[in-house]
Design a protein around this ligand. Structure first.
Ligand code: SF4
Ligand code: SF4
Ligand SMILES: [Zn+2]
Length: 278
């Protein structure tokens, strides 16, 4: 049975675990300057916990969601990811993709944004106008749905994720009918997951319950200092690519700074809180 995760994802490590870049080497021997207590390292540990819950569910439940390799309609959904998750994707692409593939993903992302502008004016406005995370969640509840284009990191020929080992949290939860968004009243409504999975409460009983992971996820995605919490804006993968492509290292995997990797999460939270305070 899935267990309810304690808020214990922030345990320390000695750097002997596999590096977040997907090299298969120990972190202390691979990304040597990275802190095992960084936001990125914690996020990767969190991913492992989620994977374990889902694989336990799959091993023990007589009923299974129809998700399988090559099924990828959900990769066209509009959903946001946190910045550290996006940077983990870039780090993975840096190690495993060719330069041409990386450039193409950036180019595709620009095209995706143009398509969104034509097809979903509300969500386009939500991206390009400065709103906070609360405003973003409101827009997602009311206007997000399936885009007419898939994620730029999908291999459209065979429906495979090209960053699978590094894919973000929400990508790992596809197939679950336990929704994160909305009030408890909204959560009781049948929600559309994908065309292959019915929404609704009954179906929730036969899909992995990952809703309990939302709080630990937010701990890593937002800035927390003690009880104080600042919600950080999140974006869909294609829009992060547009932002990094236009304002960062161009069509490369270069990161502006390595704070998500080299600072401990406490140091990073303090730095961001200082930066964001009025
Ligand atoms: S959530 Fe739906 S579209 Fe996505 S893998 Fe599962 S069955 Fe396929
Ligand atoms: S990162 Fe992978 S799993 Fe997630 S939406 Fe993109 S292609 Fe699909
Ligand atoms: Zn590494």
């Amino acid at each position: 049975m899935p267990t309810t995760p304690e808020v214990n994802t922030l345990h320390q490590s000695d750097g002997n675990e596999p590096c977040f870049c997907g090299s298969g080497r120990k972190m202390r021997l691979c990304h040597k300057n990275a802190s095992p207590d960084s936001r990125a390292a914690h996020m990767v540990r969190f991913y492992r916990d989620v994977e374990q819950t889902i694989s336990d569910y799959r091993a023990n439940s007589p009923k299974q969601p129809p998700c399988r390799e090559g099924c990828s309609s959900c990769c066209s959904d509009y959903f946001p990811v946190s910045q550290v998750e996006f940077e983990l994707l870039l780090v993975y692409m840096e190690r495993h993709w060719s330069k041409d593939e990386i450039v193409q993903a950036f180019e595709q992302s620009e095209k995706n944004l143009e398509r969104l502008k034509q097809e979903n004016k509300e969500m386009y406005a939500s991206l390009v106008h400065p709103i906070d995370r609360e405003g973003e969640l409101h827009d997602i509840r009311h206007h997000a749905g399936r885009n007419s284009f898939p994620c730029p990191l999908l291999d459209v020929e065979n429906g495979r994720c090209r960053v699978y080992p590094a894919r973000p949290f929400l990508c790992r939860t596809h197939g679950s009918t336990h929704t994160f968004y909305g009030s408890w009243r909204e959560r009781l409504q049948p929600e559309k997951v994908c065309e292959y999975i019915d929404g609704g409460r009954t179906h929730r009983k036969i899909t992995p319950n990952i809703a309990d992971y939302w709080n630990p996820y937010e701990q890593l995605a937002d800035v927390r200092i003690g009880e104080k919490r600042q919600l950080l804006r999140q974006y869909p993968i294609f829009y992060w690519m547009v932002l990094y492509g236009r304002h960062g290292g161009g069509y490369t995997t270069e990161l502006g700074n390595l704070d998500n990797f080299n600072l401990s999460i406490d140091e990073h939270n303090a730095k961001m809180a200082a930066h964001n305070s009025p």
